[in-house]
Ligand binder design. Structure first.
Ligand SMILES: NC(=O)c1ccc[n+]([C@@H]2O[C@H](COP(=O)([O-])OP(=O)(O)OC[C@H]3O[C@@H](n4cnc5c(N)ncnc54)[C@H](O)[C@@H]3O)[C@@H](O)[C@H]2O)c1
Length: 351
């Protein structure tokens, strides 16, 4: 049986471990590494197998894993991936791949040169909502995309420092940026405004990132979009987070890993508040007019299993987010940071 190892036994590592425990028919959970020994020990206990390590090099040399899940914070990437590439070990790496595009590019190129199977943690691409959403955007010319995600600050200490996490766009809302790319193709240029001063220092000591941002995007397809993201929220009541793909007479509203509502596929009677039939601006489609798709199952299980099966079979074609593709989502989000910093529009580097 192929051997799987994990580097980084924190929050997301635990999420993956929950999946691996369901895959013991196809993989041996052979090694767990974390700088904090108790974390690696705890993973061994939960897996009831494998050995705990604090030095990933020692683990790689002793365990000789066939695949590795890299679940470390954004600022820790580099050496680990190059050690895996040097040893010819396929790897799954959590998003965001790195905080510098040059580093991600070097890793991408070195992994490709070695012909390694790679994957990244964009599990939303494996949702059952993706197929109907893609069918919608293929059958309808998308003019405008609007995305929003307003949430709060995650509990891990490194998150609140922009130099360690990359800030909210890069670390968190990258899922929205990635799913938009997966649906309508590549962005070409972004312009981003950020604002600070809503999250108080006493609420979150050491916090130095943007509370909210809005990005205007141009896409290769000709569509334009607006992506707004914030971590200032004290409650979900502050905004309805979703991604809307708007065609001239229809729209699809995606709540990632939640629901997909397609408006306009069925004949809809549109009425204004007074009950008169209106067209264009001000028309309101009744809720019953939407075709609704609901999330089923755990997309993360499919994401992990797809990578593991790819390594076992040697066929990476079913992986929806290989490293080289995830690189472009990282580039998209880093371009937003660059625009916020310079106050200028920034071209998205796709190569
Ligand atoms: N795909 C998703 O939806 C999703 C969700 C949450 C987090 N993440 C991503 O996962 C990554 C980790 O986030 P987290 O919340 O698990 O962080 P975390 O701080 O809870 O865990 C990271 C762990 O990595 C360990 N680590 C760091 N450097 C190491 C090294 N050189 N060797 C061994 N262990 C090392 C740390 O000690 C820590 O235990 C982040 O990039 C985050 O964006 C992805």
């Amino acid at each position: 049986m192929k051997k799987l190892a994990v580097i980084g036994c924190g929050g997301i590592g635990g999420y993956h471990l929950g999946h691996f425990l369901q895959f013991t028919d196809i993989v041996e959970l052979a090694g767990f590494c974390d700088l904090i020994p108790e974390r690696a020990d705890s993973f061994c206990k939960q897996a009831e197998s494998g050995k705990a390590y604090t030095d990933y090099r020692v683990m790689l040399d002793e365990v000789e894993p066939d695949m590795v899940f890299v679940c470390i914070p954004p600022y820790c990437h580099g050496e680990i991936e190059f050690a895996l590439i040097e040893r010819g070990i396929p790897f799954f790496v959590e998003k965001p791949l790195a905080l510098e595009l040059d580093l991600a590019r070097k890793i991408r190129d070195a992994a490709a040169k070695k012909g390694l199977i790679t994957a990244s943690g964009f599990q939303c691409r494996y949702s059952n909502l993706v197929e109907p959403n893609r069918a919608f955007v293929e059958n309808n010319r998308i003019v405008f995309v609007e995305a929003s995600r307003m949430g709060s600050i995650p509990g891990v200490d490194w998150w609140r420092r922009k130099d360690l996490s990359g800030g909210q766009i890069v670390e968190q809302t990258i899922h929205q940026f990635d799913i938009i790319r997966y649906m309508i193709g590549e962005p070409t240029e972004v312009f981003t405004y950020g604002a600070r001063g809503y999250v108080a220092d006493e609420e979150c000591p050491g916090y130095d990132t943007d509370d909210v941002s809005t990005t205007a995007v141009k896409f290769k397809s000709g569509a334009i979009g607006v992506i707004s993201t914030g971590c200032y929220a004290k409650s979900g009541n502050c905004l309805d987070s979703k991604v809307t793909f708007s065609a001239r007479d229809k729209r699809a509203e995606l709540k990632i890993l939640g629901t997909l509502k397609v408006y306009g596929e069925q004949p809809a009677e549109t009425k204004d508040a007074g009950g008169f039939v209106v067209k264009g601006d001000g028309a309101v489609a009744a809720a019953g007019d939407a075709v609704v798709y609901r999330q089923e199952g755990d997309a993360g299980i499919l994401c992990d299993r797809t990578f593991i099966e790819a390594v076992i079979s040697g066929d990476g074609s079913k992986i929806r987010s290989p490293y080289a593709d995830a690189f472009k989502s990282v580039s998209f989000t880093l371009a937003c940071n660059q625009s916020m910093k310079t106050g200028l529009p920034v071209k998205v580097e796709l190569e």
